[in-house]
Design a protein around this ligand. Structure first.
Ligand SMILES: *Cc1c(COP(=O)(O)O)cnc(C)c1O
Length: 227
């Protein structure tokens, strides 16, 4: 009984009013917990680990939209390519190419978000401004050839910090990059998603025009990695 259905209802209401998609982050949590939110109408769930996602997808209802939000290794793309709804953490052209290859094998187009490094902390994954630019500069030399991927937006993780203005500044930065790249006329880049905001900072992300938040512990309780 760890699922906080009251928190779910109130967060859901708040986000619906702002047209923001809620991705319920269920990593390390049992399928029973996922089903509890599913019964309340939740369909978007986020997972960080490939094997865990594959196992859960096999047993849970097929109309769940699975978001892969973790760090994805190229050699594991093939396991999630048949069914994944959106891959949030794409941080290299090599990975884009691999996703394109596996999407083609499955006869589909896979939607992805480019992960941008916005936190001042060193430890977070993501593309810096130069690397982002380099991917878009490949438009005549690779990017437009990837017909089985569609870049749908950007994802970012703010610093884990009590300094709310710092966090706000990082979200503003992501939004400004998004606005800039959203205008580029590139066939397989159609940006309309800004995935930013987690349990601790989603309210700030909403104020800074997030369109998709990824919330775990507020809904499912704290995670226990030791289990
Ligand atoms: C785990 C995780 C979340 C959810 O974190 P909470 O703080 O539990 O809401 C969101 N985004 C990513 C990328 C994550 O790895």
């Amino acid at each position: 009984m760890a699922v906080n259905t009251e928190a779910y209802q109130s967060i859901r209401k708040e986000l619906d009013e702002n047209n923001i998609t809620l991705v319920a982050v269920s990593k390390t949590k049992p399928v029973e917990d996922i089903l509890e939110l599913y019964e309340l109408g939740q369909r978007d769930f986020g997972e960080n680990y490939v094997q865990e996602l594959v196992d859960k997808q096999a047993t849970l209802p097929k109309d769940i939209r699975w978001h892969f939000i973790g760090h994805l290794q190229s050699n594991k793309v093939k396991y999630i390519a048949p069914f994944v709804h959106l891959i949030h953490g794409v941080d290299s052209f090599k990975l884009l190419k691999e996703i394109n290859k596996e999407a083609a094998k499955n006869n589909r187009v896979i939607d992805v978000l480019l992960q941008v490094h916005i936190a001042q902390e060193e430890t977070k994954f993501g593309l810096d401004e130069e690397e982002l630019k380099a991917i878009y500069n490949r438009n005549t030399d690779g990017l437009q050839e990837l017909k089985n991927v569609r870049i749908c937006g950007f994802m970012g993780m703010a610093s884990f910090s009590d300094d709310l203005e710092k966090v706000r500044g990082e979200f503003k930065y992501l939004k400004s990059l998004f606005d800039w790249y959203a205008d580029l006329p590139i066939a397989n880049s159609q940006l309309n998603i800004i995935s930013m905001g987690m349990s601790g900072d989603y309210k700030i992300a909403v104020e800074e025009r997030s369109t998709m938040v990824r919330i775990g512990s507020l809904l499912f309780g704290a995670r226990n990695y030791a289990k």
